[in-house]
Design a protein around this ligand. Structure first.
Ligand code: S3P
Length: 186
């Protein structure tokens, strides 16, 4: 019997970026496009803690949530054939960045503060509930930029674009990343 193997640039890839940049939606669509499984670290944390993230923040505080996050990142490295969508703050911890980058490429998604506000306003995000939301997003994004830059193997903007186009750009850039990685080894 002839077996057809799907040509894909990677079999493990993580998505990172600020809240509302589309990590979950794009991650899911990318997984369909590449024929990979999909996990979202926030959803895994909710399942294992039996709490919604806002409740986890309220009951146990951010530090407990961040420890859950590192544990889920660590476990995601053992998976094969998967797209891993992380939370907006996951790559703030150097340990998480190192873990993810040791396993495969990290795709950094970006969008403007206005777009992010529109995408997040209907869903509870504990870290955005203080003060003017667009100002808060701009401030938090600025404070986090260095960590996002340090995590990015590949960068793609999702601002005002169809998800299918974003996915195609990610796939193209992952091929380039792979060629670069192979040259680096050779
Ligand atoms: C957070 C982002 C959220 C979630 C938590 C903290 C952050 O994930 O992990 O509310 O620190 O930016 P999304 O980026 O999926 O909204």
């Amino acid at each position: 019997m002839r077996r057809y193997r799907l040509e894909r640039p990677v079999t493990w890839v993580a998505l990172a970026g600020f809240m509302g940049t589309g990590k979950s939606r794009i991650g899911w669509e990318l997984s369909r496009r590449l024929g990979l499984n999909f996990i979202d670290t926030d959803r895994v944390i909710e399942r294992v803690s039996c709490l919604r993230i806002p409740d986890l923040f309220e009951l146990y505080g951010e530090a407990v949530f961040r420890d859950y996050e590192t544990e889920v990142v660590r476990r995601s490295l053992r998976l094969d054939d998967v797209v891993v969508s992380t939370g907006g703050g996951t790559v703030m911890r150097a340990e998480n960045r190192e873990l993810l980058l040791s396993r495969g490429p990290v795709v950094l998604l970006s969008a403007s503060p206005e777009t992010i506000y529109k995408r997040t306003r209907r869903h509870k995000r504990p870290l955005l509930e203080i003060g003017n939301p667009v100002e808060r997003i701009t401030e938090l994004m600025g404070a986090r930029q260095g960590a996002y830059d340090a995590a990015a193997s590949v960068r793609v903007s999702t601002d005002g674009r169809y998800s299918a186009d974003v996915v195609e750009e990610i796939v193209e850039k992952l091929w380039e990343w792979r060629e670069g990685a192979e040259e680096g080894v050779a």
